[in-house]
Design a protein around this ligand. Sequence first.
Ligand code: HSE
Length: 344
Amino acid sequence: MATRLGLLGFGTVGAGVWDMILRQGYADSLTIGSIGVRDTSKPRTAPAELFTTDLARVVEDCDVVVEVMGGLDPAFDLLAQASRAGKPIVTANKELMAKRGHELFAMGAAPIRFEAAVGGAIPVVGTVARSIEPHQIQRIVGVLNGTSNYILNQMRELGISFGEALAEAQALGYAEADPTHDVDGYDSLFKIAILSALVTGKRPNLDAATRQGIREVSSQNIADAEAVGGRWRLVASARFAGTAVSLEVRPKLVGPAHPLFELPGGTNSVMIRGTHSGDVSLRGPGAGAGPTASAVLGDILEIVRDPHQLRREWSVNHAPAVPEGPGPSDELGAHFASDVLWED
Ligand code: HSE
């Protein structure tokens, strides 16, 4: 019998999930029973009779809840409802997982999957959660926001303004409904916080993090960087010392030998350094309908194949923060990351 999915949200990702289920031939094994949205009057690619504004009903009437609406409210309450009812959850919601994921884990016994919350199509959540021994991980460094990377690339390559490049990123379905989350570094912070929680098993401490976005990287800054052979990247990093974590998101200049120098369009890249594992690098499309829907579908299929799999969770206690080093500086030279990725 087909697994009945309850889809919460039908924006870029929701429409991508719908499209992929049809195109990839899953329609016999996966049925989208209903789709919860705020406004049913908008023209959409799925049949009108599937849409409802009764979001709680979507959760009630399905086997697996697929949350792609984003934000905390009402998403958290709906996932709490699902969790209490023992229904498996697949979510792409990075803000929710970073801020309240620990509460969801504490609540229910059903699996919660969130591969799509970090790095789009890149299987980084599964890699950190299941494929690398966590206690030996020292650093995670990467570019985790496709919109910011796209904007920085377009400003440099085409000389267009920040606003023009952001409008393109929105048209491509990269940006959040509120692009402040992308350009001010919140989205990157949520993602690196989720990865850090997978390493420590503890709730990430967002308040102790350093966060700076790309809004202040001007066309002149980009030209100055070009003149000295550098490129700006919005770099997210987590540094681990025992169970303590330091989280940082800020623009950095990287030189031609740096692993983040060649990172076209909205590409994301994540590097994980472990004492025993060595350096593991992943890169790929980090945003947009197809890449994100691919990760959502991967999670759904994993749940359908093995609903009794082990859950990953982190406790309600914060991971202690590692004291910060010097903050970001306005001087160009101070932004230059070493070509040795791990030294900055
Ligand atoms: N707005 C996000 C980004 C989407 O640009 O990376 C993927 O999480």
